[in-house]
Design a protein around this ligand. Structure first.
Ligand code: S3P
Length: 435
């Protein structure tokens, strides 16, 4: 089992570029696979999650070249020319890969089985299967969980669906199925979630109409292969935004970060806490569907806040490291309405509460949130990441305000989203050893 030993006394400074966006890389592969012609992806995230999507598409008959780790060329086969895989498709740790694939594969003329690692096999899939069945899909789960068995049904109908949970994965799966259904599919979300699918569909020449909280797509449209430039992942930059707030005596600059407003809730939360962060937006040149900026952060005196529930979906993946910021802030921070954190790669509320308790931080766990009494940093100790990449990286950042070493167990899955995390963190000044 790979562990981190994160020593006290580290720093955070300099200039760095984190790897490409995970959500955008998954979508570029999938849309490229069903487009006509070639899709050229640069800045691709060569992490295990996106590689699971890449291998799944290859198993479905899509030819993919990879001249470099981060440069992928997808030879799209068109929407009707995927072919049956000869074995179950293994999505590893990647919820996005499995849920979006359900929308892609339900309308095909062949059957598919989707499996994953221990964590993914425990995650809820009915939230996607339910709307797809309403469209005519034939899908079975095992008590709501994988393996997901899909009997291809080529006659799917459009639906008008109000999402019961704010989930970009469910929204995207319905839109992908809607592309191959007859009629106009409409998806309405209770509060905004990441809109990468809608933006990227447009980049592939598909007409997606947004009216208020509803995205609408007419079935039968053709995707045309295109060039996708993947920005650096805001969710990976998040660890260094917090690291900078805790320890950047000199400015820490994060280059080329995607700042799509449906992803940057953490920026808003840190600014509300008093963080010293400057956003240097790149000019929009029309070639990029996603806004980009360089982010500059300095050590800041943070104050505890009450998190507005509307910001929860916009910062959903950033809560592990946000809780570390809260533990270093003056006063109390409260997050409620975040029950979705219980069904991520692990139960992130429980995992963070346990780890914070080990490190001497007072906290109270709610069914849908956590309150944290911030104060004078962390004592040393051993915390269990429960093999969740973001829990592991969050506690590595905590070492910047720790009095003794923090040992973090079970960190191999950091490679799912952030290959090279340890090297980049060390270059910034964190003291992390692997063992
Ligand atoms: C994602 C959506 C979110 C997020 C996940 C990636 C996506 O999941 O937590 O890491 O790429 O659409 P939910 O749709 O379950 O909120």
């Amino acid at each position: 089992m790979a562990n981190y030993h994160a020593g006290p006394g580290g720093a955070a400074a300099g200039e760095l570029t984190v790897p490409g966006d995970k959500s955008i890389s998954h979508r570029a592969l999938m849309l490229g696979g069903i487009a006509q012609g070639i899709t050229d992806i640069t800045g691709f995230l060569a992490g295990e999650d996106c590689l699971a999507t890449l291998r799944a598409l290859q198993a479905l008959g899509v030819r993919i070249e990879r001249p470099q780790d981060q440069h992928v060329i997808v030879h799209g086969v068109g929407p009707k020319a995927l072919s049956a895989a000869s074995a179950p498709l293994d999505m590893g740790n990647a919820g996005t890969a499995m849920r979006l694939s359900m929308g892609l594969l339900a309308p095909q003329n062949f059957d598919s089985t989707l499996i994953g690692d221990e964590s993914l096999m425990r995650r809820p899939m009915e939230r996607v299967a339910t709307p797809l069945r309403l469209m005519g899909a034939n899908i079975q789960t095992q008590n709501g969980r994988p393996p997901v068995e899909i009997r291809g049904s080529t006659r799917m109908n459009a639906i008008d669906y109000a999402l019961p949970v704010a989930s970009a994965q469910v929204k995207s799966a319905v839109l992908l199925a809607g592309l191959q259904a007859s009629g106009c599919t409409r998806v309405t979300e209770p509060t905004p979630t990441r809109d990468h699918t809608e933006r990227m569909l447009r980049a592939f020449g598909v007409n997606v109409v947004q009216q208020g909280a509803t995205a609408a797509i007419e079935g039968g449209q053709t995707l045309r292969g295109t060039e996708i430039v993947v920005p650096a992942d805001f969710s990976s930059a998040a660890f260094f935004l917090v690291a900078g707030c805790l320890a950047a005596e000199k400015p820490l600059l994060l280059r080329n970060v995607g700042i799509n407003p449906t992803r940057t809730g953490l920026l808003e939360l840190l600014l509300q806490m008093g963080a010293d962060i400057k956003i240097h937006a790149h000019p929009e040149d029309g070639t990029n569907a996603e806004p980009i900026a360089d982010l500059e952060v300095r050590k800041s005196r943070l104050k505890g806040i009450r998190v507005s529930e509307s910001l929860v979906p916009l910062s959903i993946d950033e809560f592990p490291v946000f809780f570390i910021a809260a533990a270093c802030a003056e006063g109390e921070t409260l997050v409620r309405g975040a029950e979705e954190l219980r069904v991520k790669e692990t139960d992130r509320l429980a995992a963070m509460a346990d780890g914070l308790t080990v490190l001497g931080v007072q906290n109270r766990l709610y069914p849908d949130g956590l309150s944290i009494r911030g104060g004078d940093g962390f004592k040393g100790g051993t915390v269990d990441s429960r093999s969740d990449h973001r829990i592991a990286m969050a506690f590595a950042v905590a070492s910047l305000r720790a009095r003794e070493e923090i040992e973090i167990l079970d960190t191999a899955n950091v490679a799912t989203s952030f290959p090279g995390f340890v090297e980049i963190a060390r270059a910034a000044g964190l003291r992390i050893e692997t063992a």
